[in-house]
Design a protein around this ligand. Structure first.
Ligand code: UDP
Length: 247
């Protein structure tokens, strides 16, 4: 059934509760009639898309664009059409791994520096023992069609692509035709976190929507990327005033 989408600075974000979203994905995965391309949208991704038509086109190929984090939920509030809840990309990786374990589905980890995807999948196996490993591949081997074909030949049910934005969504958009029945999702630095090489913010910060601040103090080189946040907020207000004036 078609569900509502909310346009946030040119990107249609799905208006779905987490549980509704998950049951749609699992239903489609089990029907095996198509693949499922999921984008976890945060302000940085939305701003990248605003500045790059080709990246925006890649995102528009997704089956689901979900609000990853507080910034996008806040934007929906400003626009007067609140989305029900945030669906965090990293949490979703765990949820899908747990589902894959319960149902014996197969999982591929593609991305991060050499060795990290393997460490991450070993860790995932400790947590969720019954999923099948379709394979792992680091993200610095060149993004050629051969690499995509190699991954596709394992016919994974879940393909987690940890190349960072915008590369990961562009890769999925380019090669999704090779994965007719898979769930494909960009997961940023999730393998670094899952493998224990990068620490996620403690729960205290997560609960207060301050993960970004934790990242800023622990990985200060990311600071420049965060400058996109105020620009995003300005764009959301621009959209709000424009829609008011047109009503
Ligand atoms: N990465 C990669 N290949 C590249 C560039 C980056 O596999 O050519 C990986 C990088 O090692 C890291 C991830 O992509 O694991 C990007 O992580 P980042 O923390 O920047 O993403 P975020 O979580 O912020 O989306």
């Amino acid at each position: 059934m078609a569900h509502e989408k909310l346009n946030i600075v040119g990107i249609p974000v799905d208006n779905l509760k987490r549980e509704q979203f998950l049951s749609l994905v699992y239903q489609e995965l089990n029907q095996k009639q198509k693949n499922i391309f999921i984008v976890t949208a945060n302000p940085e991704i939305i701003m990248n898309a605003k500045n790059s038509p080709s990246y925006r086109n890649a995102l528009l190929q997704a089956d689901y664009i979900i609000p990853d984090g507080f910034g996008v939920i806040k934007a929906s509030n400003i626009l007067g059409n609140p989305l029900p809840e945030k669906i965090t990309g990293y949490d979703l990786v765990h949820t899908f791994l747990s589902y894959a374990s319960e149902t014996g589905k197969s999982v591929y980890f593609f991305g991060a520096k050499e060795g990290i995807a393997q460490e991450a999948i070993n860790k995932a196996k400790e947590l969720y023992p019954n999923f099948r490993i379709a394979g792992t591949k680091h993200g610095y081997a060149g993004l050629t069609e051969n690499v995509a074909e190699e991954i596709a030949s394992a016919a994974p049910d879940f393909v987690f692509v940890g190349l960072g934005a915008p590369m990961q969504e562009e890769w999925i958009a380019s090669y999704q035709h090779l994965f007719p029945h898979s769930v494909l999702m960009g997961v940023g630095g999730s393998f670094d976190v899952l493998s224990g090489n990068v620490n996620r913010a403690p729960k205290f910060w997560l609960d207060r929507n301050l993960e970004w601040f934790h990242r800023l103090i622990t990985q200060p080189t990311r600071g420049k990327r965060m400058l996109k946040l105020p620009v995003f907020v300005a764009e959301v207000y621009k959209q709000k005033w424009a829609s008011r004036n047109s009503n």
